[in-house]
Design a protein around this ligand. Structure first.
Ligand SMILES: NC(=O)c1ccc[n+]([C@@H]2O[C@H](COP(=O)([O-])OP(=O)(O)OC[C@H]3O[C@@H](n4cnc5c(N)ncnc54)[C@H](OP(=O)(O)O)[C@@H]3O)[C@@H](O)[C@H]2O)c1
Length: 393
């Protein structure tokens, strides 16, 4: 039995993780579940899973959860705040940590899991984009295992040589082919994009996801963040990563070897596959995902991305080449811009404009400490908020 903490249990990744765990109850013991403010859903999950700990982001939400759990979960202790998240991520009793919080809020608990030498199942790409080198060093120095949950990176992991370590070059790998669905606006004209609503941006054609990553997919910033994530995870440079539009989301990514062989991982677009893979690795287990019916799908198509229509993808490449400070700046400005778009304070097309000017002001170089990362993040958020206030005025 592996003891599991699920950070962000109430989100899309958290729900999919619990679905997979429910199919494999003999293998996992749910140690802790966490949420931001959704105490109703977390209370339901605690009633079913009876975890040792439940964590809410703040004190008032934690009190609401305690009230809801009275008489239902006698053995569940409710904690709150970042300290509580770090405690359940780094506890000596835990084996695996699903990093399923969205955005920068996931950095400290994900890092706590890495520093405590856990198997970290990384969905929270923003944590790695922000802290790159520091995160990877924490994994290496503390004997943690970092397994990617993003379907693309999980696919790449599966296509790499068994026990591959170090740079791609050392594995005889020419390049990574990172696939992207192209999102809901792949065929929209640039003129139409200005009027896009949050509802339209969140209606992804292939995947059911949280609102922030859905908007990121629509702007293709998600692929820009994934490019940066891929460079850190697989110890490579942006030149060795090709982004390929694949509207069907069946090929989740590919690895090309020096001899010209290309290995791909295919499957239905369902996050339970990468989650089950990372939970059971190096074995396999049931995920509940249907068999792939290629005859019914018929065609798999590929095309080059349009960097003019989707400038956020270009900005991802620029940040990846410029280094960690640029990536942290881009990530922070993006979180602020996406939140403002979802609150209808700016237009969809303003997101890319804001990010373009955010990147012009990044401090450069590689942050040497966590404090430096957090300072870069705070400064980029402040500048983006000021710009949004001016736009909205
Ligand atoms: N969904 C996917 O298919 C998918 C695929 C690949 C990668 N990812 C990545 O996985 C992560 C999660 O995505 P998602 O789609 O599952 O997001 P989501 O549905 O919005 O869920 C986010 C989770 O994080 C919690 N949370 C939000 N803000 C928090 C804070 N300040 N402090 C503590 N907890 C907080 C939420 O709690 P409440 O419910 O209380 O708000 C919820 O449990 C993201 O980094 C995303 O890029 C997602």
């Amino acid at each position: 039995m592996k003891k599991l903490t699920i950070l962000g249990a109430t989100g899309t990744i958290g729900l999919n993780t619990l679905d997979v765990v429910a199919r494999n109850r003999d293998r996992f013991d749910v140690f802790a579940l966490t949420a931001n403010t959704n105490h109703e859903r977390l209370a339901e999950q605690c009633a079913e899973w009876q975890p040792r700990f439940a964590v809410m982001a703040d004190g008032p939400s934690a009190q609401r959860l305690r009230d809801a759990l009275e008489n239902r979960c006698k053995n569940t202790e409710v904690l709150d705040g970042v300290k509580g998240l770090e405690q359940v991520a780094g506890s000596s009793e835990v084996d695996f940590v699903m990093a399923g919080i969205v955005g920068a809020a996931g950095l400290l608990p994900s890092l706590a899991a890495a520093k405590a030498g856990k198997r970290v199942l990384l969905a929270n790409k923003e944590a790695l984009v922000m802290s790159g080198r520091l995160f990877i060093d924490a994994v290496r120095d503390n004997g943690a295992e970092l397994l990617p949950i993003d379907s693309e990176h999980n696919a790449i992991f599966q296509c790499l040589p068994v026990n591959h370590h170090g740079s791609l070059e050392r594995g005889g790998i020419r390049r990574i082919l990172l696939t992207a669905s192209g999102g809901p606006f792949r065929e929209s004209s640039p003129a139409d994009l200005a009027g896009v609503t949050p509802e339209q941006a969140c209606a992804h054609p292939n995947w059911v996801m949280g609102r922030k990553i859905s908007v990121d997919s629509a702007t293709m910033m998600n692929k820009g963040l994934e490019l940066i994530e891929a460079c850190w995870l697989f110890d490579t440079t942006p030149e060795r990563v090709n982004v390929m539009i694949h509207p069907q989301s069946i090929v989740h990514s590919m690895v090309e070897y020096d001899d010209g062989s290309v290995l791909a991982q295919l499957g239905n677009p369902d996050m339970r596959t990468p989650i089950a893979h990372a939970l059971s690795w190096p074995e396999r287990m049931q995920s509940g995902v249907d068999s792939l019916d290629l005859a019914a799908i018929g065609d798999l198509s590929f095309e080059a991305p349009d960097m003019q229509r989707f400038p956020c993808l270009r900005l991802g490449f620029e940040a990846a080449a410029a280094g960690g400070a640029a990536s942290a700046t881009l990530n922070a400005a993006n979180e602020v811009a996406v939140a403002a778009f979802l609150e209808r304070r700016i237009r969809f097309t303003d997101i890319a404009r804001l990010l373009e000017s955010a990147l012009e002001e990044h401090p450069g170089g590689e942050p040497a400490s966590l404090d430096e990362v957090l300072a870069i993040d705070a400064a980029a958020r402040r500048r983006a908020s000021e710009q949004i206030a001016r736009l909205a005025a």
